[in-house]
Design a binder for this molecule. Structure first.
Ligand SMILES: [Zn+2]
Length: 327
């Protein structure tokens, strides 16, 4: 874990979590199958900066809940919004192990004690091992992060179809990118895709782990795997048309890499290092191109830290072995 990653996490987890029940959270009873996407899914989003989503999807047997929020109070607030539907929760599903998506797991387990909690084997293993020490940092930064993490009690191998709640939920497993491991969930009848942090809608992402190329590779696979997806429900930001959301995330990452790359060239102002003037000009260009993109973390200098991380990634890339999608 780099010092930058640690710094980011501290800030991510310290961000305010004032609950807001968002559009769709009080939707009326939906027909069993397949409901229109906007009627089928409710959303609870914590406040910006660092807003993160918990979703619930109507299925024939009740509700599937996706992700748990960043901390204990976030989990309880999401549960209060979920209860307003009057429907039973039949399963909780986790997209990836970042603290802002699993910090509310214990609260949801308490609220819905008999409900199984699912994660991929890779995500569950990462949660138990916590190889980068994310969770102690989360506790340090946010007293509302649970003292003891709650782990999923149902795990599944990569790319399984889960028969759950009366629907067939298709899963796709991804390797290092936005996070070390991630799962997307797709319900083919309604063509609803829960993309986790593989996509974000009009948000400034955290690139602190310096794996923008892995992320681009994952996005290409996501689009190929679920070509019929209609609506994508991202970890941060509002749901939107799936193909355009994937394309926008892809374009953001390419643009970002394209802005940073010249500053890492030997012939640039500070050689391979990013000079202060280069940094300022990249931030100014990001602000110009993405003027209303809230930060996914409450870290005022997130852009500068992203630039430093991606500069390091670009310097280490070997043009001969870099995947085509990243060139
Ligand atoms: Zn996130």
């Amino acid at each position: 874990m780099t010092r930058r990653s640690a710094h980011l996490l501290l800030s991510v987890l310290a961000s305010a979590v004032v609950a807001t029940a968002c559009a769709g959270s009080t939707t009326p009873a939906a027909p069993p199958s397949p409901p229109a996407a906007d009627e089928a899914v409710g959303r609870f989003a914590s406040d910006n900066p660092g807003s993160v989503n918990t979703y619930w999807m109507s299925v024939p047997d009740g509700l599937l809940v996706i992700d748990t929020g960043r901390n204990v109070s976030g989990g309880h607030r999401a549960a209060a919004a979920i209860r307003q539907t009057g429907k039973p929760v039949v399963a909780i599903l986790i997209t990836h192990p970042h603290p802002d998506h699993v910090g509310g797991a214990g609260a949801l387990r308490e609220e819905f004690p008999d409900v199984p909690m699912y994660a991929s084997e890779a995500t569950a293993a990462w949660m138990r091992a916590d190889p980068l020490g994310f969770y102690p940092l989360a506790r340090q930064a946010d007293p509302d992060f649970p003292a003891q993490l709650t782990y999923p009690d149902r795990t599944f191998p990569a790319d399984q179809v889960l028969d759950i709640g009366g629907v067939q939920l298709h899963t796709a497993q991804f390797g290092p990118g936005e996070s070390e491991t991630a799962t997307a969930y797709y319900e083919p009848a309604s063509r609803i895709l829960f993309s986790g942090d593989l996509t974000g809608e009009h948000v400034t992402p955290a690139l602190l782990e310096g794996r923008s190329c892995g992320w681009l590779t994952n996005l290409e696979r996501l689009a190929q795997r679920f070509p019929d997806a209609l609506t994508a429900y991202p970890g941060h930001g509002s749901p939107d048309e799936s193909a355009s959301q994937i394309a926008e995330q892809d374009a953001y990452l390419r643009t970002f890499r394209g802005m940073v790359r010249p500053a890492t060239l030997a012939e640039s102002a500070a050689g391979a290092d990013v000079a202060p003037d280069e940094l300022r000009s990249i931030v100014a260009e990001l602000d110009r191109q993405y003027p209303d993109f809230p930060l996914v973390a409450s870290l005022p200098n997130l852009q500068e830290l992203n630039i430093a991380a991606v500069a390091g990634e670009l310097r280490a890339e070997d043009p001969l072995s870099t995947p085509l999608v990243c060139r």
